[in-house]
Design a protein around this ligand. Structure first.
Ligand code: BGC
Length: 474
């Protein structure tokens, strides 16, 4: 059963990455077949993050009304229909509409799948399952790149491939029950008990079922003290909000999705002559992204968030600078420099700026506003993602690739200053202590400094906790 839940996590994350990455391999074919202006190219590509922004906005409420299972089934249908539509389009505006639907599905799944997992998985396995979800996003990007290389002459086949994981998600969710917590919230305690029994492979009369039902009721009682959006911008929580939204602003304006969505274009500008070498190099980027995400996940709890962020921002600023110089000078000998720069950039991003904002957003908000704080941060992620992806083609055609990457490099350099001045070290600090520190009114950045709170420390909020927190808002 638990592997089944893990598979759902994997498929949802995979689809997220796939629909982000699949446009990369298809753009050059689409350009040959339709007449596409830089603005319509940006719109068609950025339709996914735009749809995801709406998906995330709608899903927050709908998931409470209709349930986790119904929403994931709905997202699965959207994934399959969106893939089919993308494969059948006869005009570019149709592709924008199809990708808007896919984005809607991505936004819903990105919010509901981790919630579903956290509410069904036994506590000891939650961390592993949430990590699977994160990793699956990068595997989805890689999957899209591989499909782009394998079917390099048929963009319709590339898009159609996205229907398969969509169907798998539908079948999987069809066989699974809704989460015990949602069923109990709706007063369907008998079904909730049956779901607990099924998930844990015990008899419905087992004491474990009664204990979990009681725990769910206790959490529901606590939930009545939830904070509001106004609390989020109030003096206590504001420093956390600035860090949560700021990290996503920097993550996205570092230009990552200009590379993820338009990788072959970047390789072309960097001097890779044929479409097939551009696509192969793109697959290479996908592999580095996956591998370095694993490295990042291992480093996060070891060297601390602030150190890792500073290294990541410094690494991306330098490598983006290298690409910018290579692109501006346009000398053939500098193509190698651009290539090395791009690999270094992805490596630095994937090990640091990729996972860290997600990890930190689950740690920094006080209990009563954790749910909405995390929503605000993820909405910022989609909004800035849209801005970067939409603006990339028009920007390249006006100031050139070198100019655009120079802007991203400056953003990354600003990320170092932001981290040093505003980001707290949450590594090894209990979530309750983070909250206590915020309420004390001391600068957020001073958190974790040993002299501040003698005798404090507590258990490390390991990388494993986000899923737990995401689910319960605790
Ligand atoms: C970002 C995505 C990005 C991905 C690349 C994530 O952390 O939020 O926008 O596409 O990393 O691996």
């Amino acid at each position: 059963m638990i592997y089944f839940v893990a598979a759902i996590a994997g498929i949802a994350g995979f689809l997220f990455g796939f629909d982000e990455g699949v446009i990369a391999g298809s753009l050059h074919l689409l350009r040959g077949e339709f007449s596409i202006t830089p603005v319509s190219e940006g719109l068609m590509t950025a339709a996914v993050p735009l749809g995801a922004l709406f998906g995330a906005l709608v899903a927050g409420r709908a998931v409470e009304t209709f349930g986790r299972r119904a929403l994931l089934l709905f997202a699965a249908v959207l994934f399959a229909v969106g893939a089919l539509m993308s494969a059948l389009i006869v005009a570019v505006w149709m592709l924008s509409v199809a990708r808007l639907l896919l984005g809607l599905a991505v936004g819903i799944a990105a919010l509901v799948a981790p919630l579903y997992i956290a509410e069904t998985a036994p506590p000891a396995r939650r961390g592993m399952l949430v990590s699977i979800y994160q990793l699956a996003i990068t595997l989805g990007i890689l999957g899209a790149y591989v499909v782009g290389y394998a079917f390099s002459d048929s963009w319709r086949t590339m898009f159609l491939c996205g229907a398969l994981p969509g169907i798998a998600l539908f079948v999987g969710m069809f066989l699974l029950p809704d989460t015990p917590r949602w069923l109990a919230m709706k007063g369907r305690s008998e079904e909730a008990g049956a779901a607990i029994a099924r998930i844990n492979a015990v008899a419905p009369t087992s004491p474990l079922v009664a204990a979990e039902l009681e725990e769910i009721a206790r959490i529901a009682r606590d939930d009545r003290h939830k904070g509001s959006w106004a609390d989020l911008v109030g003096p206590v929580v504001r420093p956390a909000l600035v860090v949560g939204i700021g990290l996503f602003l920097l993550q996205q304006l570092s230009g990552i999705n200009a590379v993820i969505y338009y990788a072959p274009v970047v390789f072309k500008e960097a001097g890779f002559g044929s479409a097939s070498t551009q696509l192969l190099a793109t697959v290479g980027i996908g592999i580095v992204n996956v591998a370095m995400t694993v490295v990042g996940m291992m480093l996060i709890d070891r060297i601390g968030r602030r150190n890792l962020l500073v290294i990541g921002f410094a690494g991306t600023a330098l490598s983006l600078g290298m690409i910018a110089i290579a692109a501006v000078t346009d000398a053939a000998a500098l193509d190698v420099l651009a290539m090395i720069g791009l690999v270094l950039y992805i490596a630095a991003f994937a090990a640091s700026i990729g996972p860290l904002p997600w990890v930190m957003m689950s740690e920094i908000f006080p209990l009563n506003v954790r749910g909405i704080g995390m929503s605000a941060a993820s909405l910022a992620n989609w909004a800035f993602n849209f801005i970067v992806v939409f603006s990339f083609p028009p920007l390249v055609s006006s100031i050139g690739l070198g100019g655009v990457f120079a802007i991203y490099a400056v953003v990354c350099a600003a990320g170092i200053v932001f981290t040093l001045r505003l980001v707290p070290e949450t590594n090894g600090v209990a979530l309750e202590d983070i909250e206590r520190h915020l309420r004390s009114g001391r600068p957020f950045r001073e958190l974790g400094a040993p002299s501040q709170e003698p005798g404090r420390g507590g258990l490390a909020p390991a990388y494993s906790t986000p899923g737990v927190d995401k689910a319960s808002g605790r």
